[in-house]
Every structure is written in structure tokens, then in C-alpha cells.
Design a protein around this ligand. Sequence first.
Ligand SMILES: [Zn+2]
Length: 194
Amino acid sequence: MHWHWTAGTYQPNRIERERYHILIDGEGREHSGLYAIEDNIPPLRPGGYAAHTRRANSWAIGVALCAMGRATQYPFDPGPWPITDAQLEALAKVTARLCERYGIPVTRTRVLSHAEVWPSLGVMQRGKWDITWLPDMATPGDPIEVGDRLRAMVRERLGDGRTEAEGPDSRMGGGALQALMRALRRIFGASRGP
Ligand SMILES: [Zn+2]
């Protein structure tokens, strides 16, 4: 799952809804994108999936905060639509729900911001700094540190002890693996007891 901001206003427009599966407006309300999450299961059909991350869209859910239009990185200016606290709350909630539903572990390589894709997945992106700034920060920070903060918010929501973050599974991907992980979690989850 990749987190983005739209670099637009607090409301999603049609182009943005084409690009992301789920969009969160300025007040923290969810909007559906035009493509289904399943449309990003490879093989991707040209023009038939949510193209949210350069060369890394397969198996990747795109969730975007509607914000940061006209923001500039250097010198930093959040512009007229800075990320809101309501959006962050909603992002944590939506992410936790999707992680549960699809059996996605909350790790740096499986749940990450667009800005983390290059450093954490090694897939080059062009000048992407979403999400390196949060409302309580004076200037943008390190992509992975900011990502860690967001992941901590998600784990709080999950509240199921699934914090053994960077397990060996985190480097692999694919639906078969996700199905296996789900099955394993069911088995171990069931035997662990209350
Ligand atoms: Zn992005």
C-alpha cells in the first residue's frame, strides 16, 4: 500500500480519482477512486488501473490525502491546502482496515509513503516528497522517519500485537504470499488464545 497526497485541493477531482483507489478529503471523509483495488493485480491493463506510483503499481493500493496543492518543498510552503489532522486520523483508520482485509503486514516495504518507494523499494521516483511533512512539522523531514510515525498510528489502530514489523516476509510480495500470510495468521492467531 502506498500513501500519497494529491498535490491538489481538499476535494478530489476526476483525474485524482483515476489515479488512486481511495481518497481522503480535507475533513477526513473517504472517496472511492474510479478503479477497483483488484484492477492493480497484474497483468495490468493499459489505462485500466490506478497509476499512482511510477513502475510500482502492481499489487499496490493507492491511498491519497486530498491536500498540498501549490505546496513547495524548498523553501517549504504547505500552500492553501495543508494536510489536516482529520485526514491523518482517517488515513490511519483506512490503512488499518485495508491491512486487515488484505492481510498486509505494517512494514516499511509493504505500507509506505510515495517518498519511501525509492529508498525502501529501490524503484526510482521523480521528485516525489509525499508524505514527508505532517501538520506538526516546521519543514519536511526524512521520508522513512515520517513513514514510521504513520505506521505507528496504524499499529495503534490494529492493536493486535502485530508489531513484529520487519519480518522476513516484508521483502516479498504477491497475492500467493498474501494468501499464505493470511492463512498463517489464522492458524497462529487461533492457537495463541486470548
Ligand atoms: Zn504520490
